[in-house]
Design a protein around this ligand. Sequence first.
Ligand code: MN
Length: 483
Amino acid sequence: MSTYSDFLEIIKKNNPKANLDMVKLAYEYAKEAHKGQKRMSGEPYINHSLDTALTLAKINADMPTIIAGLLHDVPEDTDITLDDIKKNFGSEVATLVNGITKLSKVKYRGIDRYVENLKKMFIAAAQDSRVMIIKFADRLHNLKTLKYLPKHKQKRIIEETFKIYAPIAGLLGVWHLRWQLEDLCFEFLDPENFNKIKEKYEREQQKEREALIKKISENIAKEAKKCDIKFIIEGRFKHIYSVWLKMQNKNKKFNEIYDVFAMRIIVDSIPDCYKMLGAIHTLYHPKKYRFKDFISMPKPNGYRSLHTTVFGHEGKLIEFQIRTQQMHEEALYGVAAHWRYKDAISAKSAWIDDILKIQKNSSNNKDFIKTLEFDIFSDRIFVFTPRGDVIDLPKRASAIDFAYHVHSEIGNKCVGVIINEKIEQVSTTLKSGDLVEVIIDKNRQGPSIDWLKFVKTQSAKEHIKRHAKKQGILSSIMSRIKQ
Ligand code: MN
């Protein structure tokens, strides 16, 4: 089966009522737009768009997100404009595609500066976290085809992924994507260790895992029948990178990390979660201090489940996670799952709430959270210079504020402004994502006092006032001379 038919199948399976015609149309549209373009791997460009959309379909993202995934590189790399996309696919899809296009405008000039710029743009995009999820899916395919890129680009992409993409995916609770991002980077950086762990996984998977799951399921099924609980059980391994990290941090060997292997049990309701816990503790002796009730006390990012570690067969430790289907989807797909259970608006505010809560509780990644807090809650906007730097300004700032932010002389000599390639009034209020270019006239005498009516930043106000004062003194001297 081709990737394309897989893709359609997955959407149909996750969402039987989905309008597949729209998806097919978007695919053909993107294919036509990227016609003749090739990726560095030599593949047709559309393969990249399709893989991005496939990842989104797998995490059960909503239709506009999947369609935007197919179209995400169209305005950036082809003659088709955002307006064309809006006309054909509606404003919701166009807004998502626009968000991605803005993110790609961040130019790379040194990792520290770039990370700073990218952070700001991610925050600006946070107005709709679906933009970020598309970006993660896009990045995932870029990582899969990393070997075709030149060395310096590979290094940069891996660095960004660890520093920015993976932590944000974690913050948003999209663990499923975070794991894949990290594993792909790890595989690329350290293929030897990656394969060592993977092989062990696969060997265990074949023999022990299946036998173990079978044995445990049979036991649990008997016990569950007594209390009339329906359940699904699956065994799973932690993602490879996190196992490797644990081995490094604790200086342990693979088979010493007992929570490499975990069983996940999915039941119908919250009362069933607790009944199932009872059943497991009846069957197996629990390990002290390893029981955690994240249902009555969810984790800061909203994660809910019951966790317990027990002495299983032959005294081997097994971790169990017990949850409902909804909790399961939320755990894997984070905010992406919220759209299925809540409306999009509450998903948006939920992400800000999450950040607030994490900020209170988390001790790691403190600096990053601090920036997020500052940037989100102090009402900033983020605009681009023509060179691709991101500048943050207070909300409702004007082009003049921008000009003074760049340099006082740029402000003083400003005679006009080009915003998103259109000539605008200098008083125009800027929006996040605007590309701003200041037109200056070297002969201009200084700022206009009228600018004080609309500027928002302290530095712009001070420069204008200072100049006005000078002018005032000057003109009064001039008039005295004349008399
Ligand atoms: Mn892309």
